[in-house]
Design a protein around this ligand. Structure first.
Ligand code: NAD
Length: 341
């Protein structure tokens, strides 16, 4: 039996490298397409190393990983990259909301334009399934918690608009007979290898970095604002499940696409709300450090609360989060302390 091959765009990034690790550990062949604008080669080394720990043979994951350096907007390159793939996982994007506000044209071209290119080439090549890394940002500032996928999207940034446009492009292409599609609206993903390098990095990456360094953290506002934090291994598992979900299930009612269209929009979170101060407490417990807190005024435009309804993920993908916040933070801290993250 031949080894299944998958394309992971953005595979050298934080989430992408965990997905690559999971696919390699399962014995698959993986092609990564990445321009290394925010992704790193060391993430791929870590993915191969992690897969070697559980995979069929230690040297094997290296042979099954192919890395293509380039841009998801490049039609010819993507045409070659999708060849012979069982599914395409499309994660490449410019992920900074702030950058999207400063350069809506440039970030839209990569995030939305790149998606249209990848999905078009996948359809032409007859790839059965495309799975998109979309975002809970498409909901904007909505009061109706927990957020179900049927809440009307209200994107507040060019980043969120580009993600919503990407979802719509995939559904439209699936309707026209191109690849079947699953759009995963990821909530706040955290875990090892998340870049703590900018002031706009995820709060878990920033706090973990501070805990490892024995420094303090800055909390904006009262710290009681909540997010739905989901561990990166659980997210990687959701991508794999999304690639495998039967077409019949996608064509049913309640998928976020018109009935009969083999596409779905699915939240990926935990269904739980955790406050920023909950994070601080859990990291103190995981690290044994004081982690002093400095409060600053709340930032304008920050959403107060967020929480996913994850019942569609359970029903359509048979996926449920497995890692608690306490466990996930302990793993993230341990990886940071060991110099992995
Ligand atoms: P990341 O920056 O680590 O990964 C993005 C990857 O895409 C990087 O490896 C980067 O080099 C690559 N890339 C960017 N532009 C490219 C281009 N033009 N051509 C080829 N490759 C390109 O970010 P991440 O946190 O791993 O995010 C992965 C995906 O998940 C993104 O689509 C992001 O929008 C989405 N997402 C992330 C979160 C989160 O909490 N981290 C939440 C919601 C959605």
């Amino acid at each position: 039996m031949s080894v299944p091959r998958y394309l992971v765009t953005g595979g050298a990034g934080f989430i992408g490298s965990h997905l690559v690790e999971r696919l390699l550990a399962a014995g698959a062949a993986v092609r990564v397409l990445d321009d290394f604008s925010s992704g790193k080669r060391e993430n791929l080394w870590a993915a191969v190393g992690g897969a070697a720990g559980v995979g069929p043979a230690p040297a094997d994951p290296v042979r099954r990983l192919e890395v293509v350096e380039g841009d998801v907007r490049d039609a010819e390159l993507v045409r070659a990259a999708v060849d012979d793939c069982r599914a395409v996982f499309h994660l490449a994007a410019i992920v900074s909301v702030t950058r999207s506000v400063e350069d809506p044209v440039g970030t839209g071209a990569v995030t939305h334009g790149g998606t249209v290119n990848v999905a078009t080439q996948a359809g032409i090549a007859g790839v059965p399934r495309v799975v998109l890394a979309s975002s809970c940002a498409v909901y904007g500032d909505v009061d109706a918690l927990p957020l179900t996928e049927d809440v009307p999207p209200r994107p507040l940034s060019p980043y969120a608009a580009a993600k919503l446009g990407s979802e719509e492009a995939l559904v439209a292409l699936a309707r026209g007979g191109a690849s079947t599609a699953v759009c995963l609206r990821l909530f706040n993903v955290y875990g090892p290898r998340q870049d703590p390098g900018s002031e706009y990095s995820g709060v878990v990456a920033l706090f973990t970095h501070a805990a490892v360094a024995g420094a303090g953290v800055t909390v904006y506002g009262d710290g009681l604002q909540t997010r739905d934090f989901v561990y990166v291994d659980d997210v990687a598992a959701a991508f794999v499940r999304a690639a495998e979900a039967p077409v019949g299930r996608l064509q049913a009612a309640g998928t976020g696409a018109p009935e009969g269209v083999p596409a779905a929009v699915v939240n990926i979170g935990t269904g739980a709300q955790s406050s920023v101060l909950d994070l601080v407490a859990a990291l103190r417990a995981a690290s044994g450090r004081d982690l002093p807190v400095e409060h600053r005024p709340a930032r304008a435009g920050d959403i107060r609360d967020s929480q996913a309804d994850v019942s569609r993920a359970a029903a359509l993908l048979d996926w449920r989060p497995a890692v608690s916040l306490t466990e996930g933070l302990a793993r993230t801290y341990a990886a940071g302390a060991a110099g992995v993250s």
